[in-house]
Ligand binder design. Structure first.
Ligand code: GAP
Length: 494
């Protein structure tokens, strides 16, 4: 189990991520990634792209601007509705998010409350300023987008995009026409989003600049059910916490078909199963540390008709925390842009002409990186990051046992050959024990050591991170053995 300090200290020590601009005392809500952090993040993104764009041959990756004009964000509803509730201390002036003040006092999630409800709860629970114990002022809506003035006159008002999704909606019609003109069609973006969070905190959990990976699936509600092979997953147990029980610390396993019985469309449940597979099978998140949590009408985002958060239990953040969401956005966004731009968003598909509906699979990349660091952190005599092989920043390390007797030259030659096929890393600094420990801390699953027996033609030592077991492998077989272990085709001999 990892505390917040454990994860942050490992993260800084081993080049994952840390608060930005710390030379100038920090910059709340902004984080920089180091070399291992970028590798881990990119591997997560690659696995995400393979998994979710792999769901259909009509799903594609696009890239769009991070600054959007006010007109587009007015049409999407963000200018009018993208707010959080701000409470300010009347004595020290410290600012808080209303729901977070209540959560700290009650240890329960508090989403979807109005300003009046928050004020009433603050009175009832006698909450004072956590900083100075002063009296808290009345709550108010606080707008979360970062405004910008574009051009020399500053007359063109714009915002940093609060979600990547809007770039997809603005390009839907163009892509539909440029591609196969068929539904369902998916468009994904992996990119930055910006929110002026009132109270950024908990490391990568609540940032002001962060990365989202979002797939918008455009579909015809009359036929989407037939387009997904629901029967293939009907019996798969799905981990859910319904809105009425999401404060409970656990979740149920309910067969997918029971969720349909509960009123969810089969196409929605089918995608819950795909998301769950990504977390449980590919990222190897323990089953009891994963769940979908339903949001009720008051809690869900203004554009959603069905909304389940994807949650992962993280000791460093105090329990189950949202890392993504599965959102049925209906035709809210395309209709909004049609009204705002006066450009028709309907398309003709088969015999129907329609404004497609949208299912959104939305993920916070930084939150997922943090969750992996938290769940992989294992501390015994030393720290080992038990990252799944598919996302480990450095899959293989190569060492000479000692820095003499021709071992470095032999190890470097082996490394030069290996790195043509595998993202290997060479290290000859410090004792072999320290080198293993460094690799364990960044989650490298396999290390190869060239020793004196190698010079006698007796192969190299291959060590596995989690068991610390070692086997000897012939040099000629090494690349194939490693590729099989990394792809999951083979397991390390017990
Ligand atoms: N397009 C839908 C959308 O943006 P959201 O629930 O507001 O929905 C999606 O955000 C995901 O983005 C969240 O589940 C979370 O993982 C991530 N996210 C949102 N705000 C964040 C923040 N301030 N810092 C880090 N990640 C954030």
């Amino acid at each position: 189990m990892a505390s917040y300090e454990d994860v942050m200290s490992l993260s800084v020590r081993r080049g994952f991520l840390w608060p930005a601009v710390d030379l100038y005392g920090g910059f709340a809500g902004f984080y920089d990634y180091g070399h291992n952090g970028v590798l881990l993040r990119r591997r997560w993104e690659d696995r995400w792209i393979e998994t979710f764009l792999g769901l259909s041959d009509n799903y594609y990756l696009i890239d769009t601007t991070t600054i959007l004009p006010e007109a587009a964000l007015k049409a999407s509803g963000h200018v009018d509705h993208f707010t959080d509730i701000l409470v300010t201390c009347t004595r020290c002036g410290e600012s808080y998010r209303g729901d977070q003040l209540l959560e700290a006092a009650t240890h329960e999630e508090q989403e979807g409350l109005t300003t009046e409800e928050i004020d009433a709860r603050i009175q009832e629970l006698k909450i004072r300023c956590p900083n100075c114990k002063g009296v808290l002022g009345p709550s108010r809506e606080f707008h979360m987008m970062f405004p910008l003035e574009v051009g020399p006159t500053g007359k063109d008002r714009a915002y940093l995009r609060p979600e990547t999704a809007q770039g997809v909606f603005l390009n839907f019609k163009r892509e539909f026409e440029a591609l196969r003109r068929r539904l369902p069609m998916g468009l994904a973006i992996v990119g930055r989003a910006y929110r002026n969070e009132i109270s950024p905190r908990q490391g990568a959990y609540r940032m002001r600049e962060f990365i989202q990976a979002e797939l918008q699936i455009f579909f015809d509600p009359a036929t989407f059910g037939d387009a997904v092979p629901f029967q293939d997953i009907a019996s798969v147990p799905v981990r859910v916490a319904w809105a009425s029980e999401k404060h409970a610390p656990t979740a149920h396993d309910a067969p997918a078909k029971d969720l349909v019985g509960h009123g969810l469309p089969p196409w929605y449940v089918y995608h819950l199963v795909q998301v769950q597979r990504f977390y449980l099978d590919l990222l190897r998140i323990p089953r009891d540390a994963f769940r979908f949590a339903e949001l009720d009408e008051k809690e869900r985002a203004f554009y959603n008709k069905i909304h389940f958060d994807i949650q992962v239990r993280q000791e460093s953040l105090g329990g189950f925390k949202e890392v993504g969401g599965v959102h049925y956005r209906t035709d809210h966004d395309l209709r909004g842009h049609e009204a705002g731009s006066h450009a028709k968003q309907s398309v003709t598909f088969g015999t129907s002409k329609l404004v497609p509906h949208v299912l959104e699979l939305s993920f916070g990349v930084d939150r997922n990186v943090w969750a992996l660091l938290d769940l992989s952190y294992a501390k015994g005599e030393r720290v080992v990051l038990r990252l799944p092989v598919q996302v480990a920043p450095v899959p293989v390390a190569v060492f000479p046992l000692v820095n003499k007797d021709g071992l470095p030259e032999r190890a470097e030659a082996l490394y030069a050959g290996l790195r043509k096929r595998i993202a290997a890393f060479y290290d000859d600094s410090g004792s072999i024990g320290r080198r293993y420990a460094r690799m364990d801390e960044i989650g490298t699953p396999f290390s190869v050591t060239v020793d004196h027996e190698t010079l006698e033609g007796k192969g190299v030592t291959l060590r596995e991170r989690d068991s610390q077991k070692q086997i000897r492998v012939k040099e000629g077989d090494l690349a194939t053995t490693l590729n099989q272990l990394l792809s999951g085709e083979a397991t390390f001999p017990a």
